[in-house]
Structure formats: C-alpha cells, structure tokens
Design a protein around this ligand. Structure first.
Ligand code: SF4
Ligand code: SF4
Length: 174
C-alpha cells in the first residue's frame, strides 16, 4: 500500500483531523526529543499527507517519540501527532521494519530503571556518547536549553523506586 492508500490507512488509525494540518510546527517546537529526530513530527505528518510511505517508515523519529503528548495537547487543529507516530509504528511492525538504532531505547530504559523518570539532559548526553555523529547538534541544543533554564541537570528521582525495580525484575524473569 503506497501513496493515497498509505495516507488513508494512517488517517484511519490516527484521525481525520490530520487532513487539516497547517504545518505550523507547534508540535515540533514542543517535542521533547525533536533535537534527536531526523524528521520533525511536523514533517512526518507532511510525509503522510503526501503519501510518501517509504520516507515516513524509514524515519528514525518514529522510534524516538517518548509519548509525552505535548504535541497533541498543543496542536491548534486538534490533531494527535502522537497517534500518527503510533500508526506508523504499527505499520512498521506489520511490515517487519524496526529501528536501525536501538541505543536510544536502551538509554531511555536505563534512566527509568535508575531514577523512575527521564532527564532530557542526561538522555541527550548518553545518546550523544553512543552516537558521535549526533553529538555536536545535541550539545549545542543542550547548552541553549540549559542557559534558558528550560531543562535541569538534576531531574530527581520518583517515589516508589522499589516498585519500578520490581517491575523490571519481573520482565527480565519472563
Ligand atoms: S501543531 Fe498540528 S497543525 Fe501544526 S504542524 Fe503540528 S500537527 Fe500540523
Ligand atoms: S508525543 Fe512524541 S512526537 Fe509528540 S511531543 Fe512527545 S515525543 Fe514528540
């Protein structure tokens, strides 16, 4: 399924509102992992609307979404960009396409395991160390966000870490 068929499938999974996207970029500028993505969430939606299936499914951005839902809360058209990501993941799964790079998931899960939450700064730093090609733009973005007070070096730790670690142990024993 390509072209129009692809667009229709994503719309069926993620909502008719997608057709009303005005490409304003509010979703991308809100996105917590935009600086790590090869295609912004705004561009992913354009690829879907233009029926550019191969480019959309090849995008690493699909695997970098953390489901924070900021894009969905802020879209002026009531579109759910996160639902578009989920639809693309579903189609990838059906077609046997997976992320080329699992290091982001590993870094993400390591942080959840040790703190119960993700630090944007530590996540980006750890990802940059494992992906030297991405290090410079990530560092530039990190310095800018830190200097504006948009992110913190110490995200703290959630309560109930025992429970989180129990969940990890149960998954590992399955
Ligand atoms: S915020 Fe909504 S309307 Fe704007 S580009 Fe993103 S999906 Fe499209
Ligand atoms: S839900 Fe995903 S795409 Fe949307 S802002 Fe969060 S990380 Fe970005």
């Amino acid at each position: 399924m390509d072209g129009e068929g692809f667009t229709e499938e994503v719309i069926k999974l993620a909502g008719e509102e997608i057709r009303t996207c005005i490409q304003c970029g509010t979703c991308s500028s809100s996105c917590s992992t935009a600086h790590l993505m090869d295609n912004s969430i705004r561009k992913l939606i354009r690829l879907v609307l233009e029926g550019r299936k191969r480019e959309a499914l090849a995008s690493e951005s699909i695997w970098l979404c953390t489901s924070c839902l900021l894009c969905t809360v802020r879209c002026p058209r009531g579109i759910r960009p996160k639902a578009v990501v989920s639809a693309l993941r579903n189609i990838c799964e059906r077609e046997g396409i997976s992320s080329r790079d699992a290091s982001f998931e590993r870094v993400f899960m390591d942080q959840i395991r040790s703190r119960g939450r993700v630090s944007e700064v530590l996540l980006s730093a750890a990802y940059a160390l494992r992906n030297p090609d991405a290090a410079v733009p990530i560092m530039e973005m990190g310095i800018e966000l830190l200097s504006r007070g948009k992110v913190s070096l110490d995200p703290g730790m959630v309560k109930g870490m025992d429970e989180i670690q129990r969940i990890f142990r149960e998954f590992e024993n399955e």
